[in-house]
Design a binder for this molecule. Structure first.
Ligand code: HEC
Length: 105
């Protein structure tokens, strides 16, 4: 009796679809993760000013020192794209919010 014929493509397809599913799940988890201090003025301001061109990144993704630099880079981007500049108050509020919730060095 002949052994069951194997389709050599099958395992590969399984690995690929598991991988794709994991990527999709991770993506969804990333998006639905709430920002810290949800519902506060600072969190709302951050989400509205820093979530218009891309999703509002988690404050924990950078350290306070890195946020300081990133904010400057983004203010240049905003200027290039014709987005209204941050007021002094907005910049302070967002930077303090990010620093409070930033990754530890
Ligand atoms: C005018 C559109 C725009 C606004 C508003 C904006 N960003 Fe960005 N941001 C970008 C673009 C475009 C990139 C992609 C990276 C690049 O081109 O340098 C980016 C990338 C980033 C990154 C990822 C950098 C990396 O290396 O992966 C962070 C973090 C970030 N922005 C934070 C902010 C914060 C904080 C604010 C609010 C102050 C903000 N962004 C507002 C356009 C914007």
């Amino acid at each position: 009796m002949k052994p069951e014929s194997e389709n050599p493509r099958e395992p590969q397809r399984f690995v690929f679809s598991s991988f794709a599913a994991a990527v999709i799940l991770l993506g969804l988890a990333g998006c639905s993760k709430p920002l810290p201090e949800q519902g506060t003025q600072a969190a709302l301001l951050y989400a509205s000013r820093c979530g218009q061109c891309h999703r509002a990144y988690s404050p924990r993704s950078l350290t306070a020192a890195m946020w300081q630099i990133q904010m400057q880079v983004m203010e240049t981007k905003m200027q290039e794209q014709g987005v209204p500049p941050l007021t002094g108050w907005e910049r302070d509020t967002i930077l303090n919010y990010l620093a409070r919730n930033a990754a530890q060095e």
